[in-house]
Design a protein around this ligand. Structure first.
Ligand code: UDX
Length: 456
């Protein structure tokens, strides 16, 4: 998509300071947005924690400023299935160092605004104190924003405590979701509700929200959010269409996968990856392996070290697995995901439905098999399977027969044709939204000319 407007870029644009949440799924869209704004003529400073510090060598055109944190010591002690623990710690421990860092930068030169991740809600009070407008980047879907709004009532009505017999029941306030989806969001509902309430309140207190989505994908959710959040909303995504996620990868990407894909037939390969934070058990991992092997189809499997609780890497694979699958399987630690999805050999994406992975799949027209694990993922997976109808959900977790059947539904059965048709339709809508006059393109123009210029 084109980024330079027909009007000349003003010669003296001011600086924008950006602060991502220190996780891969949040750093990627923030740095993509930073690149977009830089192309529009803004100078960019990225404030970041030392934990998961971005790869600066890929961004010589930005200034980076870090503040010390103890997050790497703390992270391994926190329960991984409860994302609210991480964010609570980050939001309380970062206040003073972030304020000092920001105050120092503001003393150096004029700054247009601060853009911070929605999850870093503490930054609103700091921005108010230092009298600088704060824009929010929300890195998940609008549907997630709406569904998260129902978490307090879900807790009041006891949905989190319902027995297994009720798991398949639809949630009356949000019929798209089943009780089991709500339960999956977090093992600590109260912690999650506290986090979401803080995040949403501080988003409402901000000067505007940039949402990494596009209008045509979530039109009714956009309407609800616009009514609920009385600040300007910009839907200018998918940001990954402007700049790839590769340059902000925190882990080295194994590029040999591309030459392996080159040897495979068109649309024949199952690509499997569960993003940067999900962890699964040893038995779930083994079911995955059996399910994949039983399809008889070639697969490219990203097994991130640490993804299997208690394992370094591949120790938990079933006996003789690698010998049995032979050339049909390629297993790596991390890969250039966007390129893999864009490769003609990739036929489906077995994903955890992180929002970036989901958008990347939509943008390349690759249908999904969905295994959501926590947070926004169960909500996104419902949209993928039941609203947009571009994937198949593994309803019962990790079970080899169901895995094999779900993959075959997408890759081999007639049902897959319909799913592919739907995702191609969405892919076309993405492309249209990013062209001159399209919704995302217009939204970016509004942000740049009308909004950011107000501050300048
Ligand atoms: C987290 C949450 O899990 C997710 O639900 C939320 O929406 C964002 O934060 P993560 O789990 O890492 O993110 O998933 P996702 O949002 O999909 O982001 C993963 C990113 O890593 C993608 O941009 C993907 O391209 C990249 N990636 C993944 C690689 O570069 N290589 C890989 O091998 C796998």
């Amino acid at each position: 998509p084109t980024l330079r407007w027909t009007e000349p870029i003003p010669a003296t644009r001011r600086r924008i300071i950006m602060f991502p949440m220190p996780f891969q799924g949040h750093i990627n869209p923030m740095l993509q947005l930073a690149n977009i704004l830089h192309t529009q003529g803004f100078k960019i400073t990225i404030i970041h924690t030392e934990y998961n510090s971005p790869n600066q060598s890929n961004y010589p055109h930005f200034t980076f400023k870090s503040f010390p944190d103890r997050f790497s010591e703390v992270i391994n002690q926190l329960p991984v299935k409860d994302p609210s623990f991480y964010v609570k710690y980050l939001n309380s421990s970062s206040v003073d160092p972030f304020r000092n860092c920001l105050a120092g930068l503001l003393a150096e030169e004029p700054v247009t605004c601060l853009i911070t991740d929605g999850g870093m809600y503490f930054t609103q009070a700091v921005a108010d104190e230092l009298k600088i407008p704060r824009l929010v980047l929300r890195t998940s879907s609008l549907g997630c924003g709406v569904a998260y709004g129902f978490l307090p009532v879900s807790s009041e009505k006891g949905y989190f405590d319902l027995p297994k017999d009720d798991y398949e029941t639809s949630v009356p306030e949000y019929p798209l979701l089943k009780v089991k989806d709500i339960i999956k969001i977090s093992t600590n509902p109260q912690g999650m509700i506290e986090f979401v309430t803080n995040m949403h309140n501080q988003m409402k207190a901000s000067s505007g929200i940039i949402w990494n989505t596009f209008k045509e994908l979530e039109e009714s959710e956009l309407q609800i959010i616009c009514e609920d959040f009385p600040v300007p909303i910009f839907t200018l995504g998918p940001l990954l269409k402007y700049f790839s996620a590769s340059s902000s990868s925190l882990i080295e990407q194994d590029r040999t996968v591309i030459s392996w894909l080159d040897t495979q037939a068109p649309k024949s390969v199952i690509y499997v990856s569960f993003g940067s934070v999900v962890r699964i058990t040893e038995s779930e991992f083994q079911e995955m392996a059996h399910g994949l092997a039983n399809t008889g189809l070639p697969f490219l499997w990203v097994v991130r070290p640490g993804v299997v609780s208690g394992s370094e890497w591949l120790e938990s694979l079933p006996e003789k697995f690698l010998e049995i699958v032979g050339d049909k399987g390629c297993i790596v630690k991390w890969c250039p995901q966007q390129e893999v999805l864009a490769h003609p050999a990739t036929g489906c994406f077995w994903t955890h439905n992180g929002w970036n992975s989901t958008l990347e799949s939509i943008c390349e027209g690759v249908p999904m098999v969905c295994s959501p694990c926590l947070a926004d993922q169960p909500i996104i997976a419902r949209y993928v399977c039941d609203v947009w109808k571009i994937g198949v959900l593994l309803e019962n977790g990790f079970e080899r027969v169901e895995i094999e059947m779900a993959i075959k539904r997408v890759m081999i059965d007639e049902e897959g044709d319909g799913i592919r048709k739907n995702i191609h339709c969405l892919k076309e809508k993405v492309d249209l939204s990013l062209t001159e006059g399209g919704s995302s393109h217009e939204s970016l123009k509004n942000l740049d000319y009308d909004h950011l210029n107000l501050y300048s």
